[in-house]
Design a protein around this ligand. Structure first.
Ligand code: HEC
Length: 147
């Protein structure tokens, strides 16, 4: 067997390094953006997740009584539930932590919030809200860069 000379070994080293960098870059891009669609994860978080989560929290804390308020709260919960699907699309999901946070905790928690809202059960909706936001926290813990 021929032992690779120094130049060949160097070339192999660079090739390995390039592959590693490309792979790492790919993973970062997947978290921050999908593969084809232009919206970034940060835009979705700012435009949909945060406003609807805050509105839901404040609405439940104010102990809703009127039907119009309940139906507004249902809109917030339904959009967050829909987000649990969107976050799994377009190759955005990089791993099991993300999949579990979005496709399970956020999805099931928001569906429970919605069910409790439909039953006008404030305590039940608040409890389910706590469960739902564990999905936000679990994903951020691993995938949101600390500033
Ligand atoms: C499956 C993963 C995941 C889930 C679930 C998730 N997030 Fe995020 N979130 C991210 C990532 C990734 C970022 C960082 C995006 C970036 O900076 O590129 C982020 C960033 C944010 C930001 C900062 C956006 C900005 O202005 O830059 C807010 C606010 C936010 N998320 C709110 C929420 C709320 C509220 C929930 C739950 C209702 C939630 N997120 C659930 C992944 C997730």
């Amino acid at each position: 067997m021929k032992i690779p000379n120094l130049l060949q070994r160097k070339a192999l080293g660079y090739a390995a390094l390039a592959t590693l960098l490309l792979t790492a870059g790919g993973v970062i891009a997947q978290v921050k953006k999908g593969k084809v669609r232009p919206m970034t994860t940060a835009q979705w978080m700012k435009g949909v997740m945060k406003p609807h989560c805050t509105a839901l929290k404040n609405g439940l804390e104010a102990s809703p009584s009127k039907d119009e308020i309940w139906s507004e709260l249902a809109v917030h919960a339904a959009l967050i539930n829909e987000a649990s699907y969107l976050l799994m699309e377009d190759g955005r999901c990089p791993d099991g932590v993300w999949a579990n946070a979005a496709g399970k905790t956020l999805r099931e928690g928001s569906a429970e919030v919605l069910k409790a809202i439909e039953a006008k059960d404030t305590a039940g909706a608040k409890a389910a809200f706590e469960k739902m936001t564990k999905g936000c926290a679990a994903c951020h813990e691993k995938h949101r860069e600390k500033k």
